[in-house]
Design a protein around this ligand. Sequence first.
Ligand SMILES: [Zn+2]
Length: 365
Amino acid sequence: MVVDKKASPQAIHLRGVALPGDAVLDLWVDGDRVSHEAIPGAETVMHGGWLLPGLVDVHTHPGADSPGDPLDDDLLRRDAEAHRDSGVTLIRAPGAAGRLPAWFGDDPDLPRVRSAGPWLATEKGFFPGWGRRESLETLPDAAVEEAQASGGWCKVIADWSFDDEPVRRYGPTVPPDVLQEIVRRVHAIGGRVAVHSQHEDGCSAAVLAGADSLEHGMHLRLDLLDRMAEQGMVLVPTMCAFSGTKSSLRQHPPEPDAWGRWKSIGWERHPNLVRCAYEAGVAILAGTDGAAGIIADEVDCLVAAGVPGDVAVGGASWTARSWLGFGGLEHGAPADIVGYDEDPRDHPGVLRHPARIILRGRVVR
Ligand SMILES: [Zn+2]
């Protein structure tokens, strides 16, 4: 039977090299679905160039600027708009000042959202007044609760505290057995666990516990990378958030104490860690942990660290989408598409200049 497909007024057509492949494809969009079948009457909005599944920032905290600030609805919207206008059509928020409001993520004009609810920290952990604080005894229950409330993810701060003593400030706050209990309980309900760590012991505990993502990962032992790859645990190195650290350390050399060494060694070895993680087969995803709309900066940092261009761009697009349960450009996928005049795998800088942005089936640019 031949179905007579009539285009709705907003149906569109795009032609270009469809990444991550190299084939030129014709894509149609009607409503929030990609179609590989022609929709007669659809308006052509891109002809030539490169087409990517909508970009992803897997580590961003919209809606509050400074530690301790409550979530602000206007700022949430502005941050989401900045993401969208940079080509980011999906964000993961691993931690927020509170649970993100229901409208955020449902708004048809704003990117899709995977939230992990508020940061989960011990009583003295993380920044004062931010996130949800629990005792070590109640942390696993809270993790299950937040994963359920947010639709799957929770985020645990495994080190970093506001202890007055600098050495303790950056040490682990959640012991390995508690982290294991959190991961076991959250996985049992089908949820996933993101772990913040910038300390060797916290990183080791996160890997050994079998968490789903390691956020930052400074000081991670290289001999744990094979295990990470085997477990399918991803690394979100948030490199651009720390890109200024090296030059500031040169201008203001750290004290030659344990804290100073921790800081300088962590940043110095981070690019090498990222490259080794790539070589070990660990999936590396792009998360900015900074201002909304700067995902291209993170891709630049990944490439500068030695990650191949196609892998770095994939970490901000198709690899990240598939990891978060969204499709790419296949028939029937959610209709988030970005178009560029150059191949971003060879010219990552072009990510700053999207020629087209399609969000949820609608032309944004
Ligand atoms: Zn963060």
